[in-house]
Design a protein around this ligand. Sequence first.
Ligand code: PMT
Length: 221
Amino acid sequence: TAEPDLRGRHVVVSAGGTREPLDPVRFLGNRSSGKQGYALARTAAARGARVTLLAANAGLPDPAGVDVVHVGTAVQLREAVLKAAADADAVVMAAAVADFRPAVYATGKIKKKDGHEPDPVALVRNPDILAEISADRARPGQVVVGFAAETDDVLANGRAKLARKGCDLLVVNEVGERKTFGSEQNEAVVLGADGSETPVPYGPKEALADTVWDLVLRRLG
Ligand code: PMT
């Protein structure tokens, strides 16, 4: 059993991937399974925290002892994050949030038109939840953690993203086979706004989660 070093703390974790509906049967989405976010929620609960898990289309069973709020879209996730973050000591955004959504939602199924090319899909930008909660902390000293799934120039892109988003920690995981999206395993480097770099070797998503909580705790003091 883990030491209850997060007892008395409220932590918020987002998990899964948002789905942005085009019509009643189709959406724009991504490959997040929710496993990394759920591992963060389970490990925090095991360490004694009160945990609010904001689950976007993860299709995983609700973890025991965790408050779970299910959401669909980025706009719904933003609402849920702002509400849950109000009294949170830490917010960890492990969800893959769609940067864009269809500009128009078709209330009826979009049909093929014989002899015509399909209409292009116009997109509009979604709110950047991580940047918003980092810039406007709900509580002084609240620790905000982002995730980034990168394919190229992983560390340089991670540093730039950390600065752009304004969070305290950014967990950079490289997209690859048998890690990151959908897998039970992950491998990452956790970048700190203080310039720190904590490599986490290939292993179960719980191990990465525990390292994230260690780094959060150090910043909570
Ligand atoms: O769910 P799994 O299958 O276990 O996979 C885990 C994961 C790969 C999804 C996870 O580890 C991960 O990396 N999540 C972030 C994915 C990503 O690429 O995020 P991003 O680069 O689009 O966004 C960076 C950060 O900003 C993230 O913390 C994201 O939650 C946040 N964001 C992004 C866009 C947006 N509009 N609002 C946000 O808050």
